[in-house]
Structure formats: C-alpha cells, structure tokens
Write a new protein. Sequence first.
Length: 388
Amino acid sequence: MWVITFPRTVVTGEDALEHLKEIDGARALIVTDKVIRKLNFVEKAANYLKANGLQVEVFDEVEPEPSMETIVKGAEFAKNYAPDWFIGLGGGSCMDAAKAIWVLYERPDMAVDAINPLEKLGLRKKARLICIPTTSGTGSDATWATVITDVKEKRKLELTCREMVADITILDPELPKSMPPSLVADTGIDALTHAIEGYVSQWRNDFSDALAIRAIQFVFKYLPRAYRDPEDKEAKEKMHNAATMAGMSFGNSQVGIAHAMGHSLGAIFHIPHGRSVGVFLPYSIEYSAREAMQRYADIAKEVGIQAETDEKTVEKLIEAVKGLCREVKEPASIKELGISREEFSRELDELVTRAANSSCTFMNPRVPDVEDVRKLFIYAYDGRKVDF
Ligand SMILES: [Zn+2]
C-alpha cells in the first residue's frame, strides 16, 4: 500500500501570485528573510492579500538553514498575532521555517524536534499553509518535510509529518527571475538530484516515477537556458514546475546517498544545499548502478541517451549529468568546492559517520556500508577512481 501526499492546490504560470487575491481569512503571516523582503515580492503578496480584506504581518528573520531558536521566535510572534494563514515566501529555508513555526503555533505543547511521521499533529485547527518558492529547486513547497538546524548540537533535524504539506503552492515564474546564475545552477541541480534519486529509491512508486521523469527531462532541457538568460520566460517557468514536480516525486519516495553525503558535507563545511548535494550526483549513480541499472537506463532513454547495452547507456547518462553540471559551472568534485585535502582529511571520519547514519542512505538502491561511504567521499574528493 502506498499513501501519496501532495499539496491540495497548485497554482502555476504567469501571474500565479495573483491567486492570493482569492484567499479568504482574517490574518496572514508571511514568513520570509531579509533578502527576499528587499525584492518587493513581500509587498506584492501582501497587497494581493489585503485586496481581499486580510490583515498582513511579516516575520522576516529566517536565516539560511533556519535554527530552532528562529522557529521558537517565529512561533512566539505568531502566538501574539493569531494568523489563520501562514505564507512561506522564499527559498527552502523560508518555507521550511514557515512549516515548523506553523506546527509550534498549532501545538505549543510540542518541541520542534518532536515532529515525526508517526505523531498525529492535528494541524489546521488554527491556520493553513501557503508556500511560494522564489527559487527553483528545493521542492519544499511540495513535500511534508522540514530541515531545521540544532545549532548547539551541530546537527540537522530532518523532520517529517504528512500534515505538514502546503494547502496551496503558488508557482509564479516571475519570482525566480531574481536569482543570480549561481543560485539557478545550485537549485536546478538539486532538483535534478531529487528527481533521479526519487526515481531509483527503494520507496519509488508509479506516482513518484511519473513526476520524476518529467522533472528530469525539464532540467536537462531548460536549466542551461534558465542559467544563461533570466529573461527566458519559458525556461524559468519549466524549471519552476520541474522543481515542484521533483519535490512531489522524492517527497513520496525518498532521496539517496547524494543527499546523505551532501547533508554531511554541507553541515561541516557550510556549503549551500544544492551545491553540496549535486557534487555527489554522478558518483552516486556510478556506485548505485549495480543495483538499479535498468532504472538509470530508463532515465537515460527518457532524455534521449541510448547505447548498445544498459551499462553503456548508464555510463553515457553519468557523462551527460557531468556535462550539464559543467555547463552551469557547478563543481565536479569536493576539491573544486575549494576544500583543501588537509581540511578534508581532518573531517573525513565525521563526514563518513554522518552520511552512513542518514536515513537517506538506507533508501538508496544500493545501501553502502561505512567503508563504501568512505570510499565514495575519497572518490568524490578529486574524481580519482576508487574501486567499490
Ligand atoms: Zn535536495
């Protein structure tokens, strides 16, 4: 049996933000960060909400990789204001923060790290959630997960609960236009990693498969265009949709070792999520192919890659992924991320321990043991082949 969970409503295409004019309610709380606030999207969204008689307040203190302290602060703000709508407006951090603040607002008796998939939270007694992504990659607007950082313990909490999915997701292609090219690349490769890992995951299903394939096709076709030209409307819109479709896919299957290793690298060396995850994608395909050859070959065929055997087809897919990363100037190795061999060696044990214990590792089609994870990190350091 599969239980599939998606946002109830997805509004996409030109002027999608105007959908806010149709929201009924009393008070909306926009959860965002200071960078987004400067870009006028917040004002635009607030004006649409006000047009329908809502009061609007803004909590703009979300930092990249939001901390538990920020969530508690946001929940305190919400308690005094009593919103009936939360609006996560921004990148993954803003939407993740909105989800967690909403949970604490509804359930003041709970701690952030108590959110888990088995607990019935009983959300939506006080408020509902709208997600409006301004980047095209995280898929947080489509998933029922949130990533919060426990600064004291230096750990990332990957919290999930099916109730924590957006009621409404708004995909307005105007919003990601403000992204600098490096962010287009980081988030676009993150979306590709979500879709590929979702497609080969042990929890894959017919629904996640369909969405993953379309998202992969879109990233290959439109990411280079979106990277080169922020005015390319079609590419921006397709990448925005691809990110959410990839989110719907992996949100209902799982990601794998590229994410396990990326989370580990990102937390220790403070590298943005998409960049730290994307660097492992080609290595993870090469490692996992033994147990998922046909699945990767399917992906390759869907993007027009074919060779005499499945093995050769998958080799070509890995080359195509590397080629796409090069085209959008994403790093091809840990070394290219600017991490010295000394720093890398010093942290290697910690990197391996964290990645080997990540829940993402266990959903990978080929589950690596600790030694294999170590070999994969060493391989990904400079791309010098390691046998595994
Ligand atoms: Zn990701």
